[in-house]
Design a protein around this ligand. Structure first.
Ligand code: FAD
Length: 393
């Protein structure tokens, strides 16, 4: 592992840092995960996304021919580090940039790429992900939403659930069963569906944080032109896996050190036995333990990076990072509850709540990452079977 960046990478960092300095006034602050959207927040996020795009700072790793920057893996990491350093949000306007765009670049027809990629970059079209269904989550290949061929169309019936940002989305990429007789992985197709098509209903669901980021989406005789299939009919599982690889490829450790710093500040403010909680060695030891875990995750990330840079297939680091980072997020938030004592009972935004109740919100929100992108129990299975070589349960 070489910890030094090349002169080109350092130049890239300097260029982006300078751009961020000059455009600070347009930036949105790093947002709390699964927090409810405040008034005007979505519009501010779109403005920030567009500003970054004007500067050529969106779709960083996408090839230049599709409007990206053709950045290397290391430069993508530097990009995130600089956003984190500046305290600004990693741009997030649906799942176009992170999931669908890279999937289309790999699997899409030239026409699909030319039609959809530019509008993802400009955030003119927002995408959501229609994978999970009421009875299909971890066992994703069991999806039951049907797509039946009728002339030049697929007619889609069924429902998707936990669909983040569907209420903002112009388009959804979804998995539908096109051959119910085939083995479950072999009868699925991957479709791009315009959310304005007649027969689509979006019903909001409220998360336990109180946020309204989720939805259930219903499809009733929704006609989707056949050219909107990605990959071959019944071969959508391979396309779906590509999207999942992009979803699982990182970001779970984002913001952990920022949380530990906030926890330290909290410990210094909270009283314990007539002194500050920070004066208690057991509190400092717990926080030191969190710092060590953040560092261990960081170096695991570097090991993953080293493998990728050498062109090796993804190793077990991805599952380990997902598991450890999301568990750590939960431990940090839970420890904040201990420090807050009775104050932990105030809800987010309640009068008298310390830090406006941010920690109780974080404690509830920290469950989400342990569930999405493959639940942590599923990660345990992967590590057990593929890393430790344990027999399948
Ligand atoms: C914040 C958030 C955002 C999300 N956004 C989206 C989105 O935009 N689009 C989308 O399609 N989905 C989204 N999801 C859904 C997410 O992908 C599913 O919740 C996840 O795949 C788990 O599926 P499930 O909820 O059906 O749980 P289930 O699969 O029913 O699992 C229930 C429990 O059983 C355990 N379990 C299941 N199978 C096994 C096994 N083989 N071994 C051991 N334990 C097992 C699980 O770990 C879990 O504890 C989101 C979820 C969250 C929390």
């Amino acid at each position: 592992m070489d910890f030094n960046y090349s002169p080109e990478d350092e130049a890239f960092r300097a260029e982006f840092r300078a751009w961020l300095e000059n455009n600070r006034q347009y930036a949105t602050a790093a947002r709390e995960p699964l927090a409810d959207e405040s008034d005007g927040e979505w519009d501010a996020r779109i403005r920030w996304h567009r500003k970054l795009n004007e500067g050529g700072w969106i779709g960083l790793s996408w090839p230049r021919e599709y409007g990206g920057r053709g950045a290397t893996l290391l430069q993508s990491i530097i990009y995130e580090e600089e956003l984190e350093r500046a305290g600004t949000a990693v741009p997030s306007a649906g799942f176009g940039i992170s999931l669908l765009g890279p999937t289309l670049i790999h699997w899409g027809t030239e026409e699909q790429k030319r039609r959809h990629l530019p509008k993802i970059l400009t955030a003119e079209e927002i995408w959501c992900q229609g994978y999970s269904e009421p009875n299909s989550g971890s066992d994703l290949a069991s999806v039951q939403t049907r797509a039946v061929e009728e002339g030049d169309y697929f007619v889609v019936n069924g429902s998707k659930i936990w669909t983040s940002s569907a209420h903002h989305a112009d388009w959804i990429f979804l998995l539908a069963r096109t051959d119910p007789e085939a083995p479950k992985h072999k009868g699925i197709s991957y479709l791009l569906v315009d959310m304005k098509t007649p027969g689509i209903t979006v019903r909001p669901l409220v998360q336990m944080t109180g946020a309204r980021g989720f939805n259930q989406v219903f499809f009733e005789d929704v006609r989707v032109p056949k050219q909107k299939i990605v990959g071959e009919k019944n071969q959508g599982w391979q396309v779906a896996i590509t999207t999942l690889m992009f979803e699982r490829s990182g970001g779970h450790d984002r913001g952990l050190m920022r949380q530990v710093r906030a926890l330290t500040a909290l410990a210094k403010r909270m009283a314990r036995n007539g002194r500050s909680a920070w004066d208690d060695t057991s509190v400092r030891q717990r926080i030191a333990q969190f710092v060590m875990e953040v560092e261990a995750i960081k170096y695991t990330h570097f090991r993953q990076l080293t493998r990728q840079l050498k062109g090796l297939p993804p190793g077990p680091e991805g599952s380990m990072m997902k598991l450890c980072a999301t568990e750590l997020g939960l431990k940090i938030a839970t420890f904040a509850m201990e420090l807050l004592g009775p104050y932990s009972q105030f809800e987010h935004g309640a009068a008298f709540a310390i830090d406006h109740g941010a920690w109780s919100q974080r404690m509830l929100a920290a469950r989400g990452p342990t569930i999405y992108a493959g639940t942590n129990q599923v990660q345990h299975n992967i590590i057990g079977e593929r890393v430790l070589g344990l027999p399948k349960g």
